[in-house]
Ligand binder design. Structure first.
Ligand SMILES: C[S@@+](CC[C@H](N)C(=O)[O-])C[C@H]1O[C@@H](n2cnc3c(N)ncnc32)[C@H](O)[C@@H]1O
Length: 237
């Protein structure tokens, strides 16, 4: 599966993603409140928002007094992140899978990576880069699609394999095919524990009440079975 397909899907969706992100139920009332609940106080802290998309998380963190650096594979997403944050924060185009060569060792208190790790086939080099740029005892917060949800959703029969999967998203303008990688729970945890992190919290989120008004069907389903998973890992000293 080519990275070009992932990039082209996000380039195609970027405008509508940005227009909808403030109130799209799965983002605004499911992922964000739960993922943000795992962050420590960000005031005066340096935060790396890896795969920042159109900068909605950055907007929230900047408003809370954080110093935010963000990057994304998509040039359009980065332009939107800059526009949304009106020259606050530092945003640039970069691939999560490549070394973060312009970021210094031990330069961040917090790394956030929301809903993006499933675009990587191999997590190890990225987790090593998160470790390198975090200060000792710095916090890494990741949200991903829940491995058990994906196993069912993609009708997998090979739980232990890292499998390329794809689905069509209809919620961001015209239908877009989105490619990603499904993996086991162990393959979400061991790249962290084998590369200098301990798991501090693993959250199987539930939607917040605003979700119900906008999408009662998925509100009910997400209260019965999680679609996402949020992890707080701490860099060992
Ligand atoms: C579902 S969006 C999440 C955006 C943002 N983190 C949020 O939660 O609002 C996924 C983002 O990951 C980015 N992405 C996908 N593969 C990437 C890669 N290899 N490196 C950097 N960004 C990537 C996409 O361009 C897209 O902006």
């Amino acid at each position: 599966m080519s990275k070009a397909k992932i990039l082209s899907a996000y380039e195609e969706m970027a405008e509508s993603y940005n227009n909808l992100i403030d109130h799209k139920p799965h983002n605004a009332y499911y992922d964000r409140p739960n993922t943000l609940s795992l962050l420590p106080d960000v005031k005066d802290k340096s935060v790396l928002d890896a795969a920042c998309g159109p900068g909605k998380y950055a907007e929230i963190l900047l408003a809370q007094g954080a110093k935010v650096t963000g990057f994304d594979l998509s040039t359009k997403m980065i332009a939107l992140a800059q526009q949304r944050n009106k020259n606050q924060g530092d945003f640039f185009v970069h691939d999560l899978a490549k070394p973060f060569e312009n970021l210094k060792d031990a330069s961040f208190n917090i790394v956030l990576c929301a809903l993006a790790m499933h675009y990587l086939q191999d997590w190890t080099s990225t987790i090593k880069e998160f470790y390198r740029v975090l200060k000792p005892y710095g916090v890494l917060v990741i949200s991903i699609e829940h491995p058990f949800f994906e196993y069912n959703y993609f009708n997998s029969t090979q739980y232990f394999e890292v499998e390329p999967v794809k689905c069509t998203w209809n919620g961001f303008g015209k239908p877009v095919e989105v490619n990603s990688y499904r993996r086991s729970l162990g393959d979400c945890i061991s790249p962290l524990t084998q590369n200098g992190f301990y798991i501090d919290e693993l959250l199987e989120p539930k939607p917040v009440s605003e979700f119900e008004k906008l999408d009662p069907k998925h509100f009910r389903e997400l209260n019965e079975f999680p679609a996402f998973m949020c992890i707080r890992a701490v860099r060992k000293g």
